[in-house]
Write a protein that binds this ligand. Structure first.
Ligand code: GLN
Length: 292
């Protein structure tokens, strides 16, 4: 069979090899080639297998060439899959990341436990919600939860509202630092993936550094500016005993829990590594909230 007669299955193998050669991990290369191929075939990635024995659709190699420059596959196709759910993006909107799935699974388990233990409609807030990544996923998995999300970027908030259609998640556009005054002291859970990369730190992947919106990435010299602000906002929103789950960098595993402990507003604060970054779990105590 000549290259021109190759099947899509063969082209996927060839493309995945090229992507790993460009520095993309084998897992990501496989997932990305499938996402690009499904888009080229105009089917959902779950239905791609029915196309594998057929010809290579005309746009496929064009998409692969773009991906070889480290343009994210999600930006090429205009949507991302997060925990199996499709999220529509738009130019300049942060792409959901696999590391945030770990935090979202933790949040789902906590909401389900709250329901089992007698809180039938737990209240959860997603600060810096991006395209609705955590807020919409929580609303899908725990329909009984009351889910509120806030996002500063107009484009991301618009995408989040679209992604939230058909779910109970309420998304507003605004500054997470002044989020939801009407919910003060009432949240059972706060989740957030705020900007946390120290200015000048270039350890994140090129897909992030070159293609995610700067607003969603950079957070001052140590990357702690927005984390400090989220500490205060979460301390205001959470009821005593409520939990905050916060994504941060792998290089902040010691500094972030120390920052929380120093405030006196948390009865527990510890961080663990996730597949790419870190996650803080903090439990609100009875100390008064900081002034708004
Ligand atoms: N987690 C990504 C990284 O640091 C993007 C930053 C973020 O999620 N806030 O590579």
């Amino acid at each position: 069979m000549t290259a021109a007669e190759a099947t899509l299955a063969q082209a996927l193998d060839e493309a995945a090899g090229q992507l790993t050669g460009a520095g993309i991990t084998a897992d990501a290369a496989r997932a990305d080639t499938r996402l690009l191929a499904a888009h080229a075939c105009q089917v959902a990635p779950g239905d791609l297998d029915s196309c594998l024995a057929g010809p290579v659709p005309p746009r496929f190699w064009h998409y692969v060439r773009r991906r070889l420059t480290r343009e994210p596959a999600e930006r090429i196709v205009g949507h991302a899959y997060f925990m199996g759910h499709r999220f529509d993006l738009a130019p300049g909107v942060f792409v959901p990341k696999p590391e945030t799935e770990e935090i979202t699974r933790d949040a789902i388990a906590r909401l389900e436990a709250l329901i089992r233990r007698g809180t039938p409609a737990p209240l959860v807030v997603d600060l810096c919600a991006g395209p609705g990544t955590m807020a919409v996923t929580l609303a899908r998995h725990v329909p009984a939860a009351r889910v509120h999300g806030i996002e500063l970027s107009q484009a991301a908030a618009r995408a989040a509202r679209r992604n939230a259609r058909g779910t109970g998640a309420r998304i507003v556009q605004g500054d997470a630092r002044d989020a939801f005054p009407e919910l003060t002291g009432t949240a059972d859970l706060v989740v957030t993936n705020p900007p946390y990369i120290p200015i000048g730190l270039r350890t994140s992947a090129p897909e992030v550094l070159e293609h995610d919106p700067p607003l969603a990435l950079w957070a001052g010299e140590e990357g702690l500016g927005m984390i400090r602000a989220m500490e205060r906002t979460a301390a205001r929103l959470l009821a005593p005993g409520g939990v905050l789950l916060l994504e941060h960098g792998s290089y902040q595993l010691a500094t972030v829990p120390a920052l929380f402990r120093a405030t006196g507003r948390w009865s527990h604060a510890s961080s663990r590594p996730t597949c790419n970054d870190g996650c803080l779990t903090a439990v609100r105590n009875h100390a008064p909230a900081p002034p708004a």
